[in-house]
Design a protein around this ligand. Structure first.
Ligand SMILES: C[S@@+](CC[C@H](N)C(=O)[O-])C[C@H]1O[C@@H](n2cnc3c(N)ncnc32)[C@H](O)[C@@H]1O
Length: 244
């Protein structure tokens, strides 16, 4: 496993669904389903998600697609397998994965934020293109672009069976001149009556809307556009591969 991954995707992976619950992803998954259906030349049936994490989106879209879920973290693949036993799960890096198969839809959700350089983001776009069939679509849903980034704090969490998690998420940018920003998390992990506190740092990549669009076209997509995401301020990139 990649030791550079945040602790959330290694030792705390079994807590992931108490940080962000699958039930909260229905609207988002439906948006990606609709965007895919509108963009594809024929009704889409197969989907590859790069960086599928806990499989939260997949738990909703799997009713519509034959889904293949790829992630770098074996611990995250394990919790996704429990949630989505009917989906194929594959360990792989979104920058280099080559399955030698084509899909109607390639989805890259918030996992794309872990790509910190333009070269890495372009490598991921090349992976998406390599797995997108002619007439198919790639959908990228980053948390933000350079234009929509805002520092701030938020909190949340959920109760589970004998366990509960609450978190504080603190988003800040130590150096606005580079292509990264920082998200520091404090997790409160409760098991029975005992509570412990853990800290975790996530580093995210930050690129402009124009860079996104230009790199998607460079990757080979015939058309790339931005469309509103599921919440105010979120944007989704939709990239279509020519049918011929
Ligand atoms: C926030 S989780 C994704 C959650 C997912 N959107 C869902 O619906 O459950 C981010 C995931 O990105 C994965 N990841 C980070 N870098 C990656 C890479 N280079 N290739 C593949 N997966 C990666 C992590 O292992 C983690 O599981």
């Amino acid at each position: 496993m990649d030791e550079a991954l945040p602790r959330l995707y290694r030792e705390f992976a079994p807590w992931f669904h108490l940080l962000t619950a699958p039930a909260d992803y229905a609207d988002e998954a439906e948006l990606y389903r609709r965007l895919a259906a509108e963009a594809c030349a024929v009704p889409p049936r197969t989907l590859l998600e790069l960086g599928s994490g806990g499989g939260n989106n997949a738990s909703h879209y799997r009713a519509h697609f034959q889904a293949t879920l790829a992630d770098l973290s074996p611990a995250m693949l394990a919790i996704s397998r429990e949630l989505n036993p009917e989906c194929e799960h594959i360990e792989g890096d979104m920058r280099s994965l080559r399955l030698g198969r084509l899909f109607d839809v390639v989805l890259v959700h918030d996992a794309v934020m872990y790509l910190l350089t333009g070269d890495d983001l372009r490598a991921c776009m090349a992976t998406a293109f390599a797995h997108c069939r002619p007439g198919g679509v790639a959908i990228f849903a980053p948390d933000c672009t350079r234009e929509t980034f805002t520092p701030g704090t938020s909190h949340g969490g959920h109760d589970g069976d004998g366990r509960a998690l609450r978190y504080l998420e603190w988003t800040w940018d130590p150096d606005p001149s580079d292509t990264q920003y920082t998200v520091d998390f404090a997790y409160l992990l409760r098991e029975g009556e005992s509570v412990r506190v853990e800290q975790d740092r996530h580093i995210f990549g930050l690129f402009s809307r124009d860079e996104w669009l230009a790199w998607l076209r460079e990757a080979g997509f015939a058309e790339a556009r931005v469309t509103p995401g599921v919440e105010e301020g979120l944007e989704v990139f939709v990239a279509c591969r020519a049918a011929h």
